[in-house]
Design a binder for this molecule. Structure first.
Ligand code: FAD
Length: 413
């Protein structure tokens, strides 16, 4: 049995963010993951401004991620075929980017190692138990079975969170709010250099996407709501074939576009407002806390944020009651208002008319176009206008992330 200050289960963005934050504060941290890195994670690979700012704060260098692609323009096509281009600000840092999760997550694990975290790859969590004075996580891997005990555990083990199950905190039958499908393509046409979102009438409130990657590649996929009017989750492969044949999608991907890898699907959990966020000494973060945005399915920024908040709560102490209560309060305060705003907007985009009205409003002027793109990419919180406690000077004029020359003369990374 090894004993440390904190054990983190899962080394995706949520786990890495928690582990880095704890290790930077001098804590002895072990992070275990059943996978070996680099490993794939089914994802659109899109990074919002919010995610980018947090990655920058964690010390991630975009140069360490070969597939890093900054995005300048977002193109949205409505259900009736109306298309609007939404530009992101130029020359003030990065507001949106795409980066293959295989590389992004491996780079974050490297950051964690550099910060002093002991990373045990290929070690799966096989059990977890909370006691009055500690939590014990059982792991199994190439080093054989063993146990790690610590005052606190951070469960960053994704949608199916084995830790949640071991602690008896899982909801039976829960399979996420969304189901999404992704495939990489090579040799895409020049129009796939933009980040494109298609609101297809038969997918609403879901959507299809093409997110640009370097070297003529793209991450292409679609997501649909579980239990929504598209009750065809069983036939996502069929929907996929059909989507790729649609002329406007073919036109963006180009005639030479070639699938690079098999298509893969994965659920998206989006119910931070209801999720049990802590055990007695365990803090759930990222997908294990169902923290994704229910409108867009984006969860990398939320994973990083909840990981950091959990680590800060642990660092703040003094005991498990305060640590868990602090984390629950701060995670809800950071995310629940935005979650509710997204849920309201989902109602609007469930119907063609709602999407059309929204696109008309968003595309009305240069100002609305610029600000819609920034709002969509979480440059400022989704529900900012409804939460005065988060208002501050300059909230609509902030720089993006990775600004090399800031207005105040300080350099970025
Ligand atoms: C198709 C699709 C498209 C998406 N597109 C986007 C997008 O464009 N942008 C965006 O921001 N978000 C997107 N998301 C959501 C995003 O992928 C997740 O919200 C994000 O990965 C959550 O990060 P995480 O660290 O919580 O979990 P994960 O990234 O899932 O990491 C969990 C880790 O836990 C490990 N693990 C699991 N079980 C065990 C075990 N027993 N023992 C040890 N380790 C274990 C896994 O190996 C994994 O490494 C998308 C999701 C899907 C499905």
């Amino acid at each position: 049995m090894s004993r440390v200050d904190a054990v983190v289960v899962g080394a995706g963005p949520a786990g890495a963010a928690a582990a880095i934050t704890l290790a930077r504060a001098g804590r002895d941290v072990v992070m275990v993951d059943k996978a070996r890195f680099p490993r794939d994670k089914i994802c659109g690979d899109g990074l919002t401004t919010g995610a980018l700012r947090l990655l920058e704060g964690l010390g991630l260098d975009p140069a360490s991620v070969p597939s890093w692609q900054a995005v300048e323009d977002v193109v949205v096509r409505g259900p009736a075929g109306h298309q609007v281009s939404f530009p992101l600000p130029q020359g003030r840092g990065t507001y949106a980017a795409v980066a293959r999760r295989t590389e992004l997550d491996a780079a974050l694990v490297d950051r964690a190692r550099a910060a002093g975290v002991t990373v045990r790859e290929g070690h799966g969590c096989t059990g977890a138990a909370e006691h009055a004075d500690r939590v014990v996580v059982d792991v199994e891997g190439p080093d054989g079975p063993g146990a790690i005990e610590a005052p606190y555990a951070v469960a960053a083990d994704g949608m199916w969170s084995p830790v949640r199950k071991h602690l008896g905190l899982a909801t039976p039958g829960y399979r996420g709010e969304w189901h999404a499908f992704r495939q990489y393509f090579t040799s895409v046409g020049p129009r796939a250099a933009d980040l494109v979102v298609w609101f297809e009438p038969d997918l609403l409130p879901g959507y299809a996407w093409s997110f640009p990657l370097p070297d003529g590649r793209a991450n292409v996929g679609f997501g649909i709501q579980r239990g929504g009017k598209v009750a065809r989750i069983q036939d996502m492969a069929g929907i996929w074939r059909e989507l790729l044949d649609r002329p406007h999608i073919r036109e963006v991907l180009g005639d030479d576009a070639t699938p690079e890898s098999p298509h893969r699907a994965w659920p998206i959990p989006a119910r931070i407002d209801e999720a049990v966020l802590t055990g007695r000494r365990t803090l759930f973060v990222g997908d294990a806390a169902a923290a994704t945005d229910p409108l867009t399915g984006e969860g990398i920024g939320q994973a990083l944020l909840t990981g950091i908040l959990a680590a800060e709560a642990v660092l703040g102490g003094p005991g498990p009651g305060t640590v868990t209560a602090t984390y629950r309060r701060r995670a809800r305060s950071a995310l629940v208002a935005d979650h509710r705003m997204s849920m309201l907007l989902i109602r609007a985009v469930r119907h063609r008319k709602g999407v059309r009205a929204g696109m008309r409003l968003a595309g009305a002027t240069g100002w609305t176009r610029r600000n819609f793109a920034r709002w969509l990419f979480e440059d400022y919180p989704r529900a900012l206008v409804a939460t005065p406690r988060r208002w501050h000077r300059g909230m609509f004029t902030g720089d993006g992330a990775y600004t090399t020359e800031r207005a105040d003369g300080r350099s970025g990374t």
